[in-house]
Design a protein around this ligand. Structure first.
Ligand SMILES: [Zn+2]
Ligand SMILES: [Zn+2]
Length: 437
């Protein structure tokens, strides 16, 4: 099949990628790189099927040396013939092959044309001879609209969930999926098992706090516009920042799409010799990166010393720092993975009435003080209650990771503490999460 494409057609098709480069902006053709995989993309253990001899597609240099690439990368491997790439994609992904094609991102004109030729042949392979590119575009758009931001299991009467805190970058790495994977991809990589019932992820906050994996502008746009999630950018108190990394954090935190600053805070599970540094970093981020008009929420990570699960000294110190940094009283705070006491909850509510308390699967090990605090927060104002997976951490029993689509397990644990049905916990926290922004 040799379809001649007009520039308009090419642009239309490319426009279906989340953030395609306009063709006019593409640089002149240049030698292809060995592979266009990101360092954030671990290689999947998927072996391509044997190539089918093709008369229309002569072998390119390096053919036969194709490594085990994730199928979404295959289209950019220059050693593969297009026929081989198409066979492999159809073999691995079946009818989803066209819509799973990796977005182009930064690519040369030659790569863009190769991408289009793969799409043409996928159209024939998946939809039969005589299929037009336009028909393929309609189908791909429809499939993406169904899967973007909504996992496959989200149809029907499954409860909606709001995950107040999870790490998209760590989760993708932990599951070995593409760095542009959506929520449906995460669910396919780690489906709910055992007592964990399927839920529909309807919102949440994807947290980026590791300078090595700070998101690109493209990724932030993908998370916010395509997945309909909020993005938090901060620095975990266990991390240190070089001056370049701090500048990067500063510029990311000032992007209008970033409505959550965090996670930031104090982690006293580290030796006391590190506390002074952590405090300096916490103050610096609040002073330089925080914007009252932009940041609807400030997400705080607060952990106590070993053997001090309620960590009152750590929560109190952080409260002092917030006040000394002149954070406005009306600022929404999100105390992620809350583990402290009634008196700490009241102290935060007194100084920052819009404080939200988010509970994780750690609630399964709560002592009586912590259980009392959870019930107290609900009794005072249940609109301030949230739940989180903190994925990939806190894996429910039988699962490899914690993740937004596994949030039923957290709701069951928090529901047990509160004496509420998990569905009611999910419903309440979904509404509370929706009201955050
Ligand atoms: Zn944390
Ligand atoms: Zn976290």
């Amino acid at each position: 099949m040799d379809v001649q494409l007009s520039v308009a057609e090419e642009n239309n098709l490319l426009a279906d990628s989340p953030h395609p480069p306009p063709l006019e902006a593409l640089p002149p053709a240049e030698p292809l790189p060995p592979a266009e995989s990101s360092s954030m993309e671990p290689e999947a253990d998927i072996h391509p099927v044997e190539p089918t001899p093709s008369s229309a597609e002569p072998s390119q240099p390096g053919a036969g040396k194709c490594p085990s690439l994730p199928p979404e990368n295959a289209c950019v491997w220059p050693g593969c013939t297009i026929r081989r790439v198409v066979n492999m994609r159809v073999h691995v992904m079946g009818k989803h092959a066209p819509s799973c094609l990796k977005p182009l991102g930064r690519s040369t004109r030659r790569q863009a044309r190769r991408h289009l030729r793969i799409l043409e042949q996928l159209a024939v392979a998946c939809m039969g001879e005589g299929t037009t590119l336009q028909a393929l575009m309609i189908r791909v758009n429809r499939e993406r609209a169904q899967t973007r931001g909504t996992p496959h299991s989200s149809q029907g009467s499954m409860p909606k969930v709001y995950d107040a805190h999870f790490h998209m970058d760590r989760l993708r790495q932990g599951l070995g999926v593409s760095f542009m994977a959506n929520l449906g991809d995460l669910e396919r990589a780690e489906p709910p098992r055992g007592d964990v019932r399927p839920v529909s992820v309807a919102g949440g906050i994807a947290v980026y706090c590791d300078p090595q994996t700070y998101p690109t502008t493209r990724e932030i746009n993908f998370i916010t516009r395509d997945l309909h999630l909020n993005v938090a950018v901060g620095v975990h108190p266990k991390q240190s920042l070089t001056s370049d990394q701090f500048d990067r954090l500063h510029s990311l935190s000032r992007m209008s799409e970033v409505k959550v600053l965090g996670e930031i805070g104090l982690d006293h599970s580290r030796p006391p010799s590190d506390w002074y540094r952590q405090e300096g970093l916490f103050r610096r981020v609040l002073n330089r990166c925080y914007s009252h008009h932009q940041h609807r929420v400030v997400c705080l990570h607060l952990r106590g010393m070993a053997g001090d699960p309620t960590a009152e000294e750590c929560y109190s110190r952080a409260l002092d720092i917030l006040r000394l940094s002149r954070i406005p009283r009306e600022q929404r705070l999100l105390l992620h993975n809350y583990t402290s006491t009634v008196s700490i909850a009241d102290a935060y509510r007194r100084h920052f009435p819009a404080t939200y308390f988010s509970f994780s699967l750690a609630a399964s090990g709560f002592n009586s003080q912590q259980r009392q605090a959870c019930r107290h927060i609900e009794a005072m104002d249940d609109r301030r209650l949230l739940i989180e997976s903190d994925g990939p951490h806190f894996a429910p029993a039988g699962q490899r990771v914690g993740a937004p689509h596994l949030l039923w397990a957290t709701a069951a644990v928090v529901g047990e503490v509160l004496g509420r049905d998990p569905r009611r916990v999910l419903d309440l926290t979904w509404k509370n999460g929706r009201d955050l922004f």
